[in-house]
Write a protein that binds this ligand. Sequence first.
Ligand code: AMP
Length: 399
Amino acid sequence: MAKKTVKDVELKDKKVLVRVDFNVPLKDGVITNDNRISAALPTIEYILNEGGKAILFSHLGRVKEEADKEGKSLAPVAVALGEKLGKPVKFIPGATRGAELEAAIDALNAGDVLLVENTRFEDIDGKKESKNDPELGAYWAGLGEGIFVNDAFGTAHRAHASNVGISANVENAVAGFLLENEIAYIKDAVDAPVRPFVAILGGSKVSDKIGVIENLLEKADKVIIGGGMTYTFFKAQGLEIGASLCEEDKLDVAKALIAKGGDKLILPVDNKEANAFAGYTEVKNTDGPAVDPGFLGLDIGPKSIEKFAADIAGAKTVVWNGPMGVFENPDFQAGTIGVMDAIVSQPDVKSIIGGGDSAAAAINLGYADKFSWISTGGGASMELLEGKELPGLTALTEK
Ligand code: AMP
């Protein structure tokens, strides 16, 4: 990577500012999934082992007004992190700045950890965090000693005070291990793939993925389309789609993508359809791509699974984003499972899941360990797949 990483700086006895992504799901104050905390551990532990003092920043949810603060404190995260690290994590409820926070930071010893309160508490008074208020970035940078480690891939596509703002005010803004790995897997796959490079895109909406499809049609050898967005493409081809998902205002875009893609763009050849989304009384496979009137295509069919597996065969790089069907329902999981089987069974394949629902599908269906990389950032990985620069990465110091 052209940017400095945490290994390029001297951390001993230094106050090291670290942006992590602790935006975890919380229910009644209890963390329901702590993957994001675990994903940040290698960087935090490295800093502590090197004798640094880690001062951690993260956002949690959205905070627009005072009432939104309720349930958005990082207090439960400080406790959970302390348990994982096996040492207390200093935390001052409500403090994103001020004398008490500054004194607590000054009192840290080598190997100590402090977590700053939810950075978005600073959004109440003029969106200072989310609009990258220069005063706020400079203030937070001033709490450290010239070193900032960005390990929050999930927010790297945003220019906020707690990533870009701090970076602009320190001598060394460097990548943590998670950020470094995310970039190495996703950006390298798109920019310098080992070929054949197959991209597989699913999920519900074409509108979310137009930029990704366009970029990958240029970079990949094949772009396979599945999921709910299939039907906008089918309708654009004049096929019957019954009551399937369709974005009428994206038919022209779908037509243009089909024309641009030519043989590279691969669509399903059959569907698994039902007579309702929920409470259906009939489920069957279609013969061809057309969906029966009154039915909804809710998964790719068996012929498509076979065809997609043949298209994936021999791939050395696969990027997958978006389930092939309504994978949350066991009746419509076969397409997503079939495609995952095809991906992970290729020898020497670099297999990458671009976050969001496909990551959830792989984890819930027991495939997490079989992929080379599962991205922790939905929006950020989509922007990388679109070929966009990530402001949080651009802001880091060159090697
Ligand atoms: P996205 O958030 O765009 O990646 O879409 C993921 C969602 O798309 C999942 O919740 C799936 O259940 C849904 N999905 C996938 N295929 C279909 C389909 N054929 N019809 C309706 N929803 C679908």
